[in-house]
Structures are given as structure tokens and as C-alpha cells.
Design a protein around this ligand. Structure first.
Ligand SMILES: Nc1ncnc2c1ncn2[C@@H]1O[C@H](COP(=O)(O)OP(=O)(O)O)[C@@H](O)[C@H]1O
Ligand SMILES: [Mg+2]
Length: 323
């Protein structure tokens, strides 16, 4: 504990997207940690239909939800994905004057779109997989035919999470169906070259004194011929290796790229930066500004491995947001 006074914190979970359940688990864990840490947690849940609910499940009007938020010292959103992580909730909190534990609008919005993230990374010299973006209006067959890369390919929505809509395509004939599938989880689609390498993630937050604090690197030990799919993410079957089995030089490359992205995107609070470490160097996959945050999720485990336990991590993030 950092000895902060008793605070009243709104914890916002759920969300009108396909990561609703994951978010509820993250929010419940933060509520428990806040209470353990001696703070008051005021849970607010956004339903799949976008309605706000209090802890008892009663529906709150938007005005009542804002009143709850403004009665708190800060809000800790745990909304993953659209209508939340994409800057939406940070924007609401900004406009009603509630400090947010996490990224502001700009970082959330930029990182929520994988195509935009890749474009920014490219501009600062960070490699990501060669990709084409397929617009929602593009006819599927023509779009598939225009992809200039050979399989294996990864097809995914530009703005989704939890591996929803992600397909590994090994045969060109399967590309159109994969594009259709990705569209069902998000309107614009990325077709990327498959990157063969170790999947290595690192988390960062800027603490109260302005220091960027990193957790240990984490390697997702997926079968390197496959993808880290939704089932593996949440059934606990994907072994995590902490720290990742990479060299000192590779570690430095991952850490440096993550720090650059944290600042160029304008992140605050904790963000997770996901890379592939290949024989040819480090390749960015994506940035999560509201990463999974149960105690068993990647980010808390990364910090636990460097001696920052869950309750302390929550407390440090509060301290960073409140200055
Ligand atoms: N270009 C790629 N090459 C290899 N694997 C990929 C590629 N893109 C995604 N994957 C795999 O698919 C998983 C999910 O894709 P990701 O872009 O991280 O989407 P999400 O936002 O749903 O987590 C990744 O964790 C990784 O295993
Ligand atoms: Mg991912």
C-alpha cells in the first residue's frame, strides 16, 4: 500500500460488446482489491444493450449513472473493446470531470483500431506484419482476390478483441470466408501475413512520480503454427511463461518499442503491448489500453512477477491517476 487516503472509486465493467463477460470478471477483481485496500468501490455495469446498472442490477438512467460517477474521486473503467476501451468511456469521464484510471480518449481510440496502431508504429520505426485493410463496403471476393500476400494469413477485425473473428488462413480458397467471419465481429477487416515467432507481451504504466513501470515479459506458449484463440485465452489452457524465453537484446527491443508506443499513443494507466519475437527482430501485434485485469490475467501476473501484487498494482494505478 502507498498509504493513500480512503477513496471512493467507480468501477465500470461489462460493456456493449462481445468482451462483456471478460470485463465483468476484471471489474469484480478490481472491486475486491479496492475493498481490500480500504477504499470504497462503487460498481457500475454497462449491459450488452448499453444500459447502465448499479450493483444491485437496477437500471440507472444516463443522468443517474453520471451522478454516480461524479460522486466518486475517480473512475476505474475495465471495459474491454468497443464502447469503452476505444476512448468512449474516457471521453464521458473527461467531460463530467472525473479522473480516469487509464488511458485518455486519444490513446484508447488510436489503439482500438489495429490498422491505425500499425500505421503509427510504422511511422516511429516499429515493424508490424504486412497487412491490407478491407473496407466494410468492399465486395468480399474482389477484396480476397486483391490480397497481395501468400498464405499463411491471419484475418481479423480491425477493432475487436478476445480473438473474436480471428482466423488463420492456410489456403487462399478459405480467405473470402475468413473475411466474412471477421466482418461479423467488426466492420473493417485486416488481412495480415502470418508472423512465425514467439508471442511476447509486456505491460507498462507511468507511476505517480512519472516513472514508466514495467512488469515482467510474458510469453504465450501457443503452438507456433496456430493463433491464441478465444478458448485458449479463457480456459487457462495456454501456458504463460514469465519472463519470456527471449535474449537480453530481444528483451531490450520489446521494452523499447513498448515505451515508444506508450508515449506516442499517449497512454496513461496500464497498457499491454503484444509482440512477436522472430529471428528477424521484434514485430508489433497490437496494443491493449484496457487489458484483461483479473488476478489471473496476463498483466497482473506480469507485475506479480516483479513483486507488485494485485492490490498494490490497483493502488499504484489510482495514485498515478490522482497525482
Ligand atoms: N499476423 C499474425 N501472425 C501470427 N499470429 C497472429 C497474427 N495476428 C494475430 N495472430 C494471433 O491471433 C491472436 C489474436 O489476434 P489479435 O490481433 O491479438 O486480436 P485480439 O485483439 O482479438 O487479441 C494473437 O494473440 C496471435 O496468436
Ligand atoms: Mg490480442
Amino acid at each position: 500500500m502507498t498509504g493513500r487516503p480512503h477513496l471512493r472509486i467507480a468501477v465500470v465493467g461489462g460493456g456493449a460488446n462481445d468482451e462483456h463477460d471478460v470485463s465483468l470478471a476484471s471489474a469484480a477483481a478490481v472491486v475486491a482489491a479496492l475493498r481490500t485496500g480500504g477504499h470504497t468501490a462503487a460498481p457500475l455495469t454497462i449491459g450488452r444493450d448499453g444500459t447502465w446498472h448499479d450493483e444491485d442490477g437496477s437500471i440507472l438512467s444516463p443522468a443517474d449513472a453520471v451522478a454516480r460517477l461524479t460522486s466518486c474521486d475517480a473512475a476505474f473503467p475495465l471495459l474491454h473493446g468497443e464502447h469503452g476501451e476505444d476512448g468512449a468511456v474516457a471521453g464521458l469521464l473527461d467531460l463530467v470531470g472525473v479522473p480516469v484510471v487509464g488511458s485518455p480518449v486519444r490513446a484508447g481510440a488510436l489503439a482500438a483500431d489495429k490498422w491505425v496502431t500499425k500505421t503509427i508504429a510504422d511511422a516511429v520505426g516499429i515493424t508490424s506484419a504486412p497487412a491490407v485493410r478491407i473496407d466494410a463496403a468492399d465486395p468480399v471476393e474482389a477484396a480476397a482476390a486483391s490480397v497481395p500476400f501468400a498464405p499463411p494469413l491471419v484475418v481479423k477485425p480491425t477493432s475487436a478483441g478476445s480473438s473474436n473473428g480471428v482466423t488463420l488462413v492456410r489456403r487462399r480458397d478459405d480467405l473470402a470466408a475468413a473475411i466474412d467471419h471477421a466482418r461479423s465481429a467488426g466492420s473493417t477487416v485486416l488481412v495480415e501475413s502470418f508472423v512465425a515467432g514467439r508471442e511476447v507481451d509486456v505491460a507498462l504504466f507511468r507511476d505517480r512520480s512519472g516513472v514508466l513501470r514495467s512488469g515482467a515479459t510474458l510469453e504465450v506458449a501457443v503452438d507456433h503454427r496456430g493463433v491464441f484463440d478465444r478458448a485458449q485465452k479463457y480456459d487457462g489452457s495456454a501456458p504463460f511463461r514469465i519472463p519470456a524465453g527471449i535474449s537480453v537484446a530481444e528483451h531490450a527491443a520489446v521494452a523499447g518499442a513498448a515505451a515508444t508506443l506508450y508515449d506516442v499513443l499517449g497512454c496513461a494507466g496500464v497498457a499491454r503491448f503484444d509482440f512477436f519475437v522472430t529471428g528477424d527482430g521484434v514485430v508489433l501485434n497490437e496494443v491493449n489500453t484496457a487489458p484483461g485485469f483479473t488476478e489471473q490475467s496476463q498483466v497482473p501476473r506480469m507485475y506479480a512477477a516483479v513483486g507488485v501484487g494485485y492490490v498494490q498494482l490497483v493502488d499504484e494505478l489510482l495514485a498515478a491517476a490522482l497525482g
